[in-house]
Design a protein around this ligand. Structure first.
Ligand code: PSV
Ligand code: MN
Length: 425
């Protein structure tokens, strides 16, 4: 299924009058306070988030998975689904592949299809956290950290294969997330595990083309429950430094223990020019994979406030790679992703509204009350008309979920594809 711009324009007509009055009201209000509304709308329109190939089917928990009709059965269909999201929002202009779940069979056809949807291939993801049916070595007791030299070499080789596939697709980065760790004390020598991991990552780094970046993701626990070798940003940062200047830390919002101050981690990494990538999701307890902004929207705003500050003031940090890493098991996966995209852009737009000059003055004067007010004024602004303006100027839908439902996208996908299960977790 393809959604043409003419169809979107047609659906937009019904909402344009309400939009105009909401936008005028907000534009006047923001202009009075000194904001450059046109510039903010352009920034929102430019913001692109990668969709991972594994989020297009229904997610699951370790207690099971409930399939969703019309799931993409093959990679080409996954790209079509990202194309639908991009047509509706114009903010999902990239796809992030997970190897070996999504090995392209026909690279040039896939590139052609991506081009027709206006998509690029963002970071490639390797997978050494599962044994594949044809696996020659096992990752049961670790991969890049393994005491078993053959398993370690096998995992390094897999990452090199992912780089090779990524080069063909014009991707420019590799994300490594390791499940490696221990579920019981004594199982693993921490220092040996770390040293093996560093050695392996250096081998992978050395294999990357000059214009590629390596993103090292961290996670405190799961699937191992006693220790994870790359458990926190500090460990990732240390390994990135050991690899070299094109290696960076990747922050996944769900990979923190409850109440961790993620915005401060973001600021610290950006200060050192080492924040490379970002995985968006939301959670109440752990790596819950919930829709972005569904639980802690204020925390998301505070994180974006640091990101916006860092992007504008700290040129020594590269522009981060954005990706949604969420897929739960009860929502329509495409509607879930549309909600996530909306939440990301809302937080971004609110962060763009923060009066940085006034905030600096408040900080210099130790005016704590004013500083809080400045942040909360931005957070409490209903910025949705700005997002609509950005979508309207890019030819996307004023209301993506309503358009998706009106067009009966899921029903059409079910009739086209039936009930096959998507590849992935
Ligand atoms: C691990 O929890 C993770 O966040 C990594 O980014 C994986 O690649 C992804 O989720 C899918 O399992
Ligand atoms: Mn992740």
């Amino acid at each position: 299924m393809i959604i043409g711009k003419d169809i979107i324009d047609q659906y937009n007509k019904a909402g344009v009058e309400n939009f105009n009055s909401d936008f005028d009201f907000l534009q006047n209000k923001l202009t009075r306070s000194g904001a450059n509304v046109a510039e903010i709308v352009n920034k929102i329109a430019d913001f692109q988030v990668a969709i991972p190939s594994w989020a297009l089917g229904a997610g699951g928990t370790r207690f099971g998975r409930f399939s969703y009709g019309g799931e993409p059965a093959v990679l080409e269909q996954k790209l079509d689904d990202v194309g639908l999201l991009h047509a509706l929002t114009h903010s999902a202009g990239a796809v992030s592949l997970h190897i070996p779940w999504d090995i392209p069979s026909d690279v040039s056809a896939l590139k052609e299809s991506a081009k027709s949807h206006g998509l690029v291939f963002d970071a490639m993801n390797s997978n050494t956290f599962q044994d594949q049916p044809d696996a020659k070595k096992s990752y049961k007791f670790g991969s890049l950290n393994s005491v078993n030299e053959d398993s370690r070499a096998y995992a390094v080789e897999h990452n090199k294969e992912v780089i090779r596939i990524g080069k063909e697709l014009d991707s420019k980065s590799l994300t490594v997330w390791l499940a490696d760790g221990a579920s019981f004390p004594g199982q693993l020598n921490f220092q040996t595990a770390l040293s093996n991991t560093e050695k392996s990552l250096k081998e992978i780094y050395a294999d990357m083309p000059e214009d590629w970046k390596l993103f090292i993701e961290y996670k405190p626990y799961e699937p191992n429950f006693y220790s994870t070798t790359i458990q926190d940003w500090g460990t990732s940062f240390m390994l990135a430094n050991a690899c070299g200047e094109r290696a960076f830390t990747l922050v996944d919002l769900g990979h923190h223990l409850p109440n961790t101050n993620i915005e401060q981690i973001v600021a610290t990494l950006m200060y050192k020019g080492k924040l490379g990538g970002f995985h968006f999701n939301d959670s109440k307890y752990g790596d819950d994979d919930l829709t972005v902004g569904s639980i802690k929207p204020y925390a998301l705003f505070l994180i974006f406030n640091e990101l916006v500050y860092g992007i504008e003031n700290n040129k020594n940090n590269p522009y981060p790679a954005w990706m949604i890493d969420a897929s739960h098991n009860i929502k329509d996966p495409l509607e879930d992703l549309l909600q996530s995209l909306e939440a990301i852009l809302i937080a971004y737009a609110q962060a763009l509204l923060v009066d940085q000059k006034a905030l600096k003055t408040a900080q210099l004067n130790n005016d704590v009350v004013a500083a809080q007010d400045i942040l909360q004024n931005a957070y409490r602004t209903d910025v949705r008309p700005l997002l609509q303006a950005a979508r309207l100027q890019s030819g996307a839908a004023l209301d993506p979920i309503a358009t998706y439902r009106n067009l009966k996208v899921r029903e059409t996908l079910i009739s086209e594809r039936g009930w096959a299960k998507a590849t992935g977790l």
